[in-house]
Structures are given as C-alpha cells and as structure tokens.
Design a binder for this molecule. Structure first.
Ligand code: LCS
Length: 396
C-alpha cells in the first residue's frame, strides 16, 4: 500500500518523500539507475515516448528514475507542483533567468545575494539585453519604486548571503503579482524545514542543494520547485535543452543526505543560537547578525515567516578585517572554506571569497563590509565550538 504523506509531520515526510522506482526487487534504498539511455520495447514504443503519448524514460539528460525520486522528494517538502534537479545551484539560478528573461526584459533582485547569482545577470545576461536592478528588498518602497513595465521577475534571497538580511516574502509576492511579475525565492539558507516560500505566495523556489539538503559537503547540485504545472513545463524544457540536469549518482547521494535533514538543521540551529548570543556578548566583537537575536532588525519578521532561525551567522570583530583574519586563521574546528549547510562548521571572508566578484562600491551599498566574517555553524558540540572561538578571539 502506498503511503500518503498529506497531513503527516515533517519528520515523516523527510524520511519517506519520493516514490521508490524499484517495483521489481523491492529495494528499500532507492537504486542508482546509472545509465545514460533506456531501451525501447519496439520502434512504436520509442515513438510514443517521444510524442508524450506514454510515460517512460528515454535518455538521462531528460529524465532518470533516481533523479526523479529526488525531485519528487524536494517538491513534497516545499509543497510544490514538481521539482527539477540541476547540476549545481547556479544551473538552477541560470535556468530560471533563461526561462523568463528575454532581451528587453527587466528583473529586480536583492542586492546582497550569493555573488554569482547577481553577477551572472550583470555580466552575462546584460550582454543579451536583459535589464536589472539589484536593490535592498528589505524595504518594500524600494521594490515598488524599482518596478517597470517590463519587469518579469523579482528574485530574492532571504536570509541573504552573507548579510543575513530578510525580505518579507508575502509582501513582495503581492507587489510582484500586482505588476504581472513572478516571485522567485532562493531558499537555500533556510532549507524546506524552516521556510516554505510557495506557501507565502512565491511562484518558484530554488535551492543550492549543495548546502543543507545534501548536507555532507560532498556533492554540488541544485533544485527548482514550482507552484504551477505551467512554470514547471517551461523551466523543465529549458533545463533539458540546455543540459543543466543532475546525474543519477549525484541524486542518490543527495537523497541519502536528505533523510537526516530535519535532525541536522535543528541541531545546527541550536548551536547557532548559542554561538550568536556568545559572540554578541563578547567584548572583541563589533556586531553580530543572526535572525534569532532580538537585536536583528527584522527579528519580528523572522518569527513570522520562518519556523526557525537557521545556522548562518555574520559578524565583525573590532579591528575589522585584520582582526577577522586572526580569528579565521586560528579557529581549529570551523574549517576555513566557502560553502555552508554541511554537518561541519565552516568560516570564510565574503569580500575576498564568495562575493569578491561584486564591485567594492556595490558591496558597501549592500552592507557587505570588509570586516564581515561568515560562520556556517555545524552539528558539533556547541561547548567545543564556543571554546574554539574564545581561544581565537583571545589572540586578537
Ligand atoms: N544560492 C545561494 C544562496 C548560495 O549560497 C549558492 C552558493 C548558490 C545559490 C549557488 O549554488 P552552487 O552552484 O554553488 O551549488 N553559495 C556558496 C557560498 O556561499 N559559498 O560557496 C558557494
């Protein structure tokens, strides 16, 4: 008997989402369909599959049972129509841009987002005549003022990378829809466990699956989830045609990581809350940005639109970048590396690393200051993490 996940709790859904395609042997773990192509029963069968008259697999770039299981699972967790797994998070971002932005079209984006999500528009899509305005989307008046007749997309990241700024999803959805534009939300920092943008009015959600959903720092990938069949079909065609699809082995690894998503997210979040409080009290720390701190300017919005505060912290040490480097070079538990959302803590310097490609004047306008240090908190013992930060701060 198949399991209906409607009205089931999040732990049950994370554990069981996505149908197992093995009807032959009954394997409990989803098989890896490690094949590039699928044999037709006869010529007419092949023709019917291509015509869409019969369901079935043709070629792995356009569909594979292991990949589809992952797509179904993430779509279930985001309460979407369907999911599209992509080779990387950036393949997901680019496919969305390519689907909706033609020459002469305009998009509005959050100013401080993952560097490449912005630069691919400003450096590459601009060459094809796409217009853009990257602004502080936390202020709704900025968004209203930026809308033009040719605005097709509003693209937000909340919380944003690396400034941990929030954008009100419900309010922006209203602005987008009043102006015949679509709202796209990059939900990477929250994972489907802590925030579901489609339920708040967004049309399309994406994740860098590299981060929390995979969670083991051993795979890159992305996923797009749409609210409607129409948007799903449009994006699916673009992803299949341009070849940004995910591979079966990659999908299997992500499914394996996904099954512990709730446990990891909750554990890392508990650690992050304690570390944010510790850093905020520390005399050598200038400021800390974490949505779970009452000092976060949008703490109230965080409580309203998120089911938790996540495990990403940004902070600046008194003495700016020089002092920040002392801490980054001397912590022993957080690894000095970009990325986030894995089981282990990582620390990095956005200005010289993840956001180095954003021009300095634009970075400053977006509050990505030279001294900002980003800490992705993992699932270690918080006492050990705190003691480690303490010893590194003592060297400043
Ligand atoms: N969206 C967000 C919010 C991200 O943080 C990243 C990558 C992407 C999209 C792109 O995903 P990818 O292609 O890397 O899977 N963020 C990174 C970061 O902060 N450090 O290293 C990569």
């Amino acid at each position: 008997m198949s399991l209906d996940l409607k009205n089931k709790g999040i732990n049950t859904r994370v554990t069981h989402a996505g149908k197992n395609p093995d009807s032959v042997h009954g394997s409990v773990s989803v098989p890896i369909y490690q094949t590039s192509t699928f044999k037709f029963r006869d010529a007419d069968h092949g023709a019917r599959l291509f015509e869409g008259e019969e369901e079935g697999y043709i070629y792995t770039r356009v569909g594979n049972p292991t990949v589809n299981t992952l797509e179904e699972a993430v779509a279930e967790l985001e309460n979407g129509y369907a999911g599209i797994a992509t080779a990387t998070g950036m393949a997901a971002v680019t496919a969305i841009y390519m689907t909706y932005l033609e020459s002469g079209a305009h998009m509005i984006g959050t100013d401080s987002i993952y560097g490449s999500s912005r630069m691919v528009i400003e450096n590459e899509f601009s060459r094809f005549g796409v217009e853009s305005s990257f602004i502080d989307t936390a202020d709704l008046n900025n968004v209203r003022a930026a809308v033009r007749d040719n605005t097709r997309l509003i693209y937000i990241e909340t919380p944003s990378n690396p400034t941990i700024k929030l954008t009100d999803i419900q309010a922006i959805a209203q602005i987008a829809h009043d102006n015949d534009a679509l709202l796209v939300v990059d939900n990477t920092f929250m994972s489907p466990i802590l925030q579901n943008p489609l339920a708040l009015g967004a049309d399309i959600v994406l994740h860098s699956i590299t981060k929390y959903i995979n969670g083991h720092t051993d795979v890159v990938g992305g996923v797009i989830i749409t609210k409607t069949e129409t948007d799903f079909t449009r994006i699916r065609l673009v992803v299949n045609a341009t070849g940004g699809t995910m591979d079966p082995h990659q999908s299997w690894l992500v499914l394996r990581g996904l099954r512990t998503l709730t446990l990891r997210v909750k554990r890392a979040e508990e650690n992050a809350q304690k570390l944010a409080e510790f850093l905020e009290e520390h005399p050598k720390v200038e400021w800390v940005r974490y949505p779970g701190l009452p000092s976060h300017p949008q703490h109230e919005l965080a409580q309203r639109q998120m089911r938790g505060f996540g495990s990403m912290i940004s902070f600046e040490i008194k003495g700016g970048l020089k002092a920040g480097k002392v801490v980054m070079n001397n912590v022993r538990i957080p690894q000095l590396a970009v990325s986030l959302g894995g089981y282990e803590s990582l620390i990095q310097h956005p200005v010289s690393m993840t956001h180095h490609n954003i021009p300095p004047s634009e970075r400053l306008k977006s509050n990505i200051t030279d001294g900002l240090v980003r800490l992705a908190v993992g699932t270690e013992d918080v006492e050990d993490l705190q003691a480690d930060l303490e010893q590194a701060l003592a060297l400043v």
